[in-house]
Design a protein around this ligand. Structure first.
Ligand SMILES: NC(=O)c1ccc[n+]([C@@H]2O[C@H](COP(=O)([O-])OP(=O)(O)OC[C@H]3O[C@@H](n4cnc5c(N)ncnc54)[C@H](OP(=O)(O)O)[C@@H]3O)[C@@H](O)[C@H]2O)c1
Length: 258
């Protein structure tokens, strides 16, 4: 009993935004496997799905707190942080994963398309980090990981993802700036995936285009969310305690990085 209580006290607390689907869900699973207690944020996921995920977390032997909060809304972020503070008192690992992608080429760009991407993918990630910072500072070693995208560095004209790519490119500056400001106690890195098999990827292109995309990767396939999950787990672990301000590319060899 005493051992179990001690283990609970020393378990890391990981907050994952957009953690109910796709890459975020796989990151949550991977961190649970590493023994982290989870705080899983989401925006629209149904109650039935959240209940199913709660049951799954129970079988992993870690605690999982699900909090509905739109990361574009300050009051919702503040409420989420209050709940986490009351429940855990600190956050060891913050994964800013929540993101949207709505295709629109620059020639047809609307202000709404641009604002929506900046609000969720960039400002949402920055403001969540800003509000969670006092809880990260209470951890022995805080880790912040942004989920960027290969498109921050390179994308095809046909993909029509101007606003998305701009919002993700800005996360590179955020990563380097925060790594500088928050060192040495808090380490800040990004992962930049491409072509990971999720609703977001499959929903924005035809089957034909998806086959062409596979052939554009050296490994001839899409990545799995679990593969991104393991990379994030590594960055969150003490094995990565000499790494900050970096972007890690995970894209099957589609793009070599900066
Ligand atoms: N799939 C890829 O190939 C790929 C490549 C590069 C980068 N990424 C990045 O990886 C991240 C996850 O992508 P995915 O493919 O897993 O996407 P996804 O399947 O569409 O999942 C997106 C997640 O973000 C959440 N979310 C969206 N807007 C939110 C908001 N305003 N507040 C809180 N949560 C919000 C969603 O929650 P609800 O469902 O509850 O709304 C969902 O859990 C994104 O940042 C994406 O840009 C993906």
């Amino acid at each position: 009993m005493a051992v179990a209580q001690e283990k609970e006290k020393t378990r890391r607390v990981a907050l994952i935004t957009g953690g109910t689907r796709g890459i975020g869900q796989a990151i949550a699973r991977s961190l649970a496997r590493d023994g982290c207690d989870l705080v899983i944020n989401y925006k629209e996921t149904s109650k039935e799905e959240v209940d199913r995920l709660k049951d799954e977390a129970d079988t992993c032997g870690v605690s999982a707190l699900f909090i509905r909060a739109d990361v574009t809304k300050r009051a919702a972020i503040e409420r989420m942080v209050r709940i986490v503070k009351e429940r855990h008192g600190r956050v060891d690992v913050l994964v800013n994963n929540a993101g949207i992608l709505v295709k629109q080429p620059f020639r047809k760009l609307t202000e709404k398309n641009f604002d929506d991407h900046i609000a969720t993918n960039l400002k949402g990630a920055v403001m969540v980090t800003r509000k969670v910072l006092p809880l990260l500072e209470r951890a022995p070693k805080g880790k912040v990981i942004f989920v960027s995208s290969a498109s921050a560095h390179n994308y095809t004209k046909e993909s029509e993802i101007f606003s998305y790519a701009v919002s993700k490119a800005a996360l590179g500056g955020v990563t380097r700036g925060l790594a500088t400001e928050l060192a040495p106690k808090i380490l800040v890195n990004s992962v930049a995936p491409a072509y990971i098999e999720t609703d977001m990827l499959l929903g924005e292109a035809s089957d034909e285009e998806n086959e062409a995309r596979k052939s554009r990767t050296m490994l001839g396939r899409f990545g799995k969310s679990e593969e991104v999950g393991r990379l994030v787990s590594y960055l969150a672990s003490s094995s990565a305690d000499f790494i900050t301000g970096q972007t890690f590319h995970i894209n099957g060899g589609r793009y070599f990085g900066e």
